[in-house]
Design a protein around this ligand. Structure first.
Ligand code: ATP
Ligand code: MG
Length: 390
């Protein structure tokens, strides 16, 4: 009797748009990220194999835990627990039956794909051969359109993979496959979701949070640390910059018209984030702004704020509704942390009626009088840096 078929997880990613050099980098990064994501779990080797990634499963692997981790790895289109057999029709037939007999079905189809062009049977011939075998043993009927069960057979050069279920991954691109950005992370609902959407495009983030201690308690800082911990699940290692903001707020409060305070705070936040981006080798900044969501997020204000930095500002939520943002926050695990009560720097220092149409010329007139650069330098010097590991 042959050895039992090898158990693996077969991981698929979308290859569209992945050509030449990019593709190799993408695949290597995905492989690295998968090994990070599985940290602490019993597993076998992880290998690239002609357009797929194979994770070998030792007998004591905890598949439930592995499945949960893989479902969060950006770049994975879908994955399947599969058996791997040698490239010959007899072992394929036997293994296909072993796989499908564990399922309850009255109709089925075989979906073979032949990547190994040296394999003697075509995909169609494999379908017919294995289909006949399964039909005889199960008594179920073959149904090509919407069957109860589909048995997938992928014939690769390095083995044949057989499985019945595909678990969707999050899609996107592996974090680290693209350049870096700095995300402005409050402890609210929006910016963690904006961070998630940016990481999903392969961008590695560093986080910056502005706090108003000792005027506020440590809750916003603790919530932010917790949010970074949740978000680190998607990029495995994060740096969080905690910037003291009180002196700047005090200066703005005492020297600028109330309506312009929020715009001025935000402009300073961007300048500080820009300095951090420089240090991190990051190419862009990310915020959780959504057009029109609050009075301060009008297009005029966005324009007046953005002008403070030459770096591109990414606003992945700009077109999203609040419900959509909350829904995603729940799914990625940040919502419960974001709704914890906290004292945000902005809840303490924000005027009741912020300007909704900030004028850039007015901003340019007020700002120089505040003599902010020395305060910005001071804030940067007093910034605490934390590393969060997965
Ligand atoms: P969020 O839900 O992310 O707090 P919001 O809807 O409260 O956003 P604003 O308060 O206008 O909106 O903030 C807009 C964006 O500015 C935030 O999404 C975040 O990117 C950034 N930001 C605001 N406050 C802070 C802070 N204390 N530290 C870091 N970034 C901040
Ligand atoms: Mg907020």
């Amino acid at each position: 009797m042959d050895a039992a078929p090898e158990r693996v997880v077969l991981i698929h990613y979308h290859e569209i748009g992945l050509k030449g050099r990019n593709r190799g980098r993408f695949e290597r990064q995905l492989l690295t990220n998968i090994t990070h994501a599985l940290k602490g779990l019993t597993r076998g080797a992880v290998r690239r194999l002609s357009g797929r990634i194979i994770l070998e499963l030792p007998p004591d692997a905890r598949i439930g835990a592995i499945r949960k981790r893989l479902a969060d790895v950006f770049g994975i289109a879908n994955f399947s627990e599969a058996v791997r057999v040698p490239n010959a029709i007899e072992p394929i037939r036997a293994a296909a039956w072993e796989v499908v007999r564990q399922e309850d079905f009255r109709s089925f189809k075989i979906a073979a794909r032949r990547g190994d062009k040296n394999f003697p049977l075509t995909s169609e011939e494999i379908n017919r051969d294995v289909g006949a075998h399964v039909q005889t043993l199960s008594g179920a009927r073959v149904k090509l359109d919407d069957p109860d069960l589909t048995c997938y057979i992928e014939v690769a050069y390095q083995g044949v993979f057989i499985y019945t279920r595909k678990t969707p991954g999050p899609g996107g691109l592996p974090v680290g496959a693209n350049e870096r950005a700095v995300s402005l992370l409050s402890s609210g609902i929006d910016s963690p979701v904006a961070s998630y959407k940016t990481m999903k495009r392969g961008v590695r983030l560093s986080f910056v949070h502005f706090h108003s201690q000792p005027y506020t308690n440590r809750s916003s800082q603790r919530n932010t640390e917790e949010l970074v911990r949740v978000l680190t699940r998607y990029q495995y290692r994060s740096t969080l910059y905690l910037v003291p903001f009180v002196e700047i707020q005090r200066r703005v409060m005492t020297h600028a018209p109330p309506g312009y305070r929020v715009v001025l705070y935000r402009r300073v936040m961007l300048r500080i984030a820009e300095a951090i981006a420089e240090r991190e080798g990051a190419q862009a900044l990310v915020t959780g702004e959504s057009i029109g969501q609050v009075a301060s997020q009008t297009l005029s204000n966005i324009r007046a704020i953005e002008e403070a930095t030459p770096l591109p500002l990414l606003r992945p939520l700009s077109g999203d509704n609040k419900e959509e943002i909350i829904d995603l926050a729940r799914r990625i695990g940040t919502y419960d942390v974001s709704i914890e009560p906290y004292e945000d720097c902005c809840t303490v220092f924000v005027p009741r009626h912020p300007e909704t149409r900030a004028n850039l010329n007015t901003v340019r007139e007020i700002e120089p009088k505040l003599d902010l650069p020395p305060l910005i330098d001071q804030a940067l010097k007093a910034t605490e840096v934390m590393t969060v590991k997965y």
